[in-house]
Ligand binder design. Sequence first.
Ligand code: GTP
Ligand code: MG
Length: 354
Amino acid sequence: PAQRKHASRQRFAADLSQCLYDLVIHLLPTLEELAVKEDVRKLLERLIRTIEPDSRLLSFGSTANGFSLRNSDMDLCCLIDSEERLSASDLVVMLGDLLERETKFHVKPLPHARIPIVKLTLDPAPGLPQGIACDIGFENRLALENTRLLMCYAMIDPARVRTMVLFLKVWSKRRNINSPYKGTLSSYGYVLLVIFFLVHVKNPPVLPNLQQMPPLRSISPEDTHLNGYNIWFFDDIDLLRQRWKSSNTETVAELLIDFFKYYSRDFNYTSGVASIRSGLLKKESKGWVSEHERGSPRERNRLCIEDPFETDYNVARCVTRDGLYTIRGEFMRASRILASRPDRALVAIAQLCE
Ligand code: GTP
Ligand code: MG
């Protein structure tokens, strides 16, 4: 019976892996969508240069890190290379006026937000059935760097890493646990949970720790630091692919099943911090004790995920008590569905994303 159970588990995993690949392929953005988005970026860049001639408009977030689903929003960051420049809030106001006059976008400038941005939306049109949603921010160089880090992790093992991440994005959106504004976790947070799991939980690891690999040649601190944060990581992916081969041969389905098991049973939410730079840390050692225990109405550190560069920043700070309860409930539900191994993997996926 043990042998039969093992065989059935293997069959289910193989089947599920194939279904995950098929599903994800159909959810990738089309070439046409990517081309339209690139045109939009160029158009916006041209307009911004009428205000700040020395500026560049760069993509970050999912459009640039390889974890993009069809119709995902565009995150753009404006970098200004001149010494004298307007403040971010002034730029937001001016750019808002300009875009309102010159384009068909619906424009919403948010000059007083913690990070000032201009929000843009474009109505659906033929060839663009879902329209476009786009945020433009300024000088957010750390976001460009963390985008590049995630992209490098995606490129080391695209089949397994991208498939897992994209599936979790679909799943978390379908299950309504992907809204930081409502107390659950951002996509960025879920991606970090996946990478933490693949670097630090799986043994043997599926991914190396890019931030702890020795550099090929010595580099000066000016080149590795930005706003006081160490942003160095090993980014020569061609070389890495030649030199580093994971001895972990699990299928994407086996990894996914284990991912749900780990975050529903094993991760210590009360005291643990998931850090892709340093592995599992303690809330206490980072001073991230739960503020609710000190009688504060704000909830910041229920779930703790350390940003890879801004290590004093908890990416999951928006997750509330109820939000975490819901997220953990969803991890458990997913784990239960996969453990029950329905006859067909497709049924499992449909149930998971119901
Ligand atoms: P979708 O928009 O759902 O497709 O996901 P996404 O991959 O674009 O992720 P998200 O919108 O959550 O974040 C976009 C980018 O913003 C990330 O890749 C990060 O570069 C940056 N970002 C988002 N949230 C944070 C955060 O809390 N801290 C920091 N430092 N950067 C963040
Ligand atoms: Mg995004």
